[in-house]
Structure formats: C-alpha cells, structure tokens
Design a protein around this ligand. Structure first.
Ligand SMILES: Cc1cc2nc3c(=O)[nH]c(=O)nc-3n(C[C@H](O)[C@H](O)[C@H](O)COP(=O)(O)OP(=O)(O)OC[C@H]3O[C@@H](n4cnc5c(N)ncnc54)[C@H](O)[C@@H]3O)c2cc1C
Length: 199
C-alpha cells in the first residue's frame, strides 16, 4: 500500500489559530510560537471547530476493497475511488492478509487466479464491467483519493489507529497520522503519543 500526502493547507496550525482567535477576539495574543499552545487548549476544552479550517488530501494505492469499504464509511470525508464500472478488472491486483503462512499464500494466490478466470469468462460472454465485477473479491486492490479536515482526520485516527481496528485500515491510518503529525504536531501529537503508548 502506498500513501501519499498530495495536498495540505499551508501553515495549518496558523490557520487554526487565526480561526480560534477570531472566536475569542484574542488576536493580540498571537505570536510566532503561540499556535501550538492554543491548539492544546482547544483540544483540552473540546473546542474542535477551528480544526475544520485545515484540510489534507491523500492518495492511497494498492489497498484492498475490504479496507476502502471501511474508510469510505467516514461520511465527512470526500473520496474519489477507482471505478469497477469504467475500468476493467481483467488483471486485478490483490492484497494478501499477512496472517496467511507461506503455504496458505500460494493457495490464496491460486484462488485469486481462479477468480480472474471467472471474471474473464463473464466478460467474454458479454457482461459489462459493472456486472462482471460481481464475482470480484474483497482482496481486489483499489486506489482512492481522500480529503478531510483535521477534525475529521482526528476522529478517524482515534477510531482506526486502535489495536482493535482491522489491520489494513489501521496501517493506513497510522501512516496518515504520522504524515500529518509532521505538518501539525500540536493537532496530532496526542494521538501519536497514544499510539506509541500502545506499542
Ligand atoms: C471497530 C469497528 C467496528 C465496526 N463494525 C461495523 C459493523 O459491524 N457494521 C457497520 O455497519 N459498521 C461498522 N463500523 C463502522 C462504523 O459504524 C461507522 O460507520 C464508521 O466508523 C464511521 O464512523 P462515524 O459515523 O463515527 O464517523 P463519520 O462518518 O466520519 O462522522 C464523524 C462524526 O460526525 C457525526 N456525524 C456524521 N454523520 C452524522 C449523522 N448522520 N448524524 C449525526 N451525527 C453524524 C458523528 O459524531 C460522527 O462520529 C465499525 C467501525 C469500527 C471502528
């Protein structure tokens, strides 16, 4: 799975600070290093609306449809995903669960090859992509672009970086959390600390 941060609000913590100080009319207190302290206070008191003014966009490739189906349940995100109607899955790639041992992986690959033949059979009989895809597995690799504001990313990470989350969405969200933390440590630092405490 490849996860690329393709866009982010410039100076996101500064933008959040300007939004929050507008609420309190405390612009006079804005200084070179005041954003991080203010964001810590916002998080502590649950005033998270200012976080909605910073956005990020990721491109995620090589993840399974099993994972993407969970990610797109987050309704406050914007998503564009590879279509199984407009794009043929004749040579679809797959994601293999890491829980499979070596012998099982071979058998799993054989099963995927069987499904590729099934898909080809139905296409050859004249089915459109939109109907031939009914035989495709959740292991089918996909690609998507997802955008959200920082409040929603915090919500997603809080749910999906948990040890109880499914391994693939957890891996994706841990990666995105680390990338966003590099740009906005005050916004995402507590979540990364929780993650490290879990390890
Ligand atoms: C461990 C785990 C197991 C799960 N198992 C299942 C399962 O078995 N079956 C299943 O169907 N789903 C399952 N889910 C998915 C889950 O039910 C949610 O659909 C998904 O996590 C999106 O969460 P959300 O609705 O909080 O977040 P988002 O859609 O990202 O929304 C963010 C927040 O906005 C608010 N919000 C958004 N839309 C509304 C609304 N219409 N009304 C009121 N408030 C709103 C809520 O506060 C919400 O928490 C599971 C999720 C997890 C993490």
């Amino acid at each position: 799975m490849q996860i690329e941060l393709i866009a982010i609000t410039p100076e996101p913590e500064r933008v959040i600070e300007v939004a929050a100080r507008t609420c309190y009319q405390s612009q006079d207190h804005q200084q070179e290093d005041s954003a991080g302290i203010l964001i810590g206070k916002l998080l502590a008191m649950g005033h998270e609306t200012p976080l909605e003014h910073a956005y990020a966009t990721f491109r995620i490739a090589g993840c399974s449809r099993a994972m993407s189906h969970q990610l797109v349940r987050h309704r406050l995100t914007s998503v564009c995903q590879k279509s199984q109607r407009y794009v043929s899955e004749q040579d679809f790639e797959t994601v293999t669960p890491p829980s499979l041992d070596e012998a099982d992986r071979d058998e799993f690959a054989d099963d995927m090859a069987t499904i590729r033949r099934m898909y080809g059979k139905w296409k050859a009989r004249g089915l459109r992509n939109e109907d031939a895809r009914f035989v495709l597995p959740n292991a089918c690799a996909t690609e998507l672009v997802i955008s959200a504001n920082f409040r929603e990313f915090r919500h997603i990470f809080a749910m999906r970086c948990s040890r109880h989350a499914q391994w693939e969405i957890r891996a994706a969200c841990v990666d995105m959390l680390q990338q966003l933390h590099a740009h906005a440590p005050a916004v995402f630092g507590d979540l990364l600390a929780d993650l490290n405490a879990q390890a």
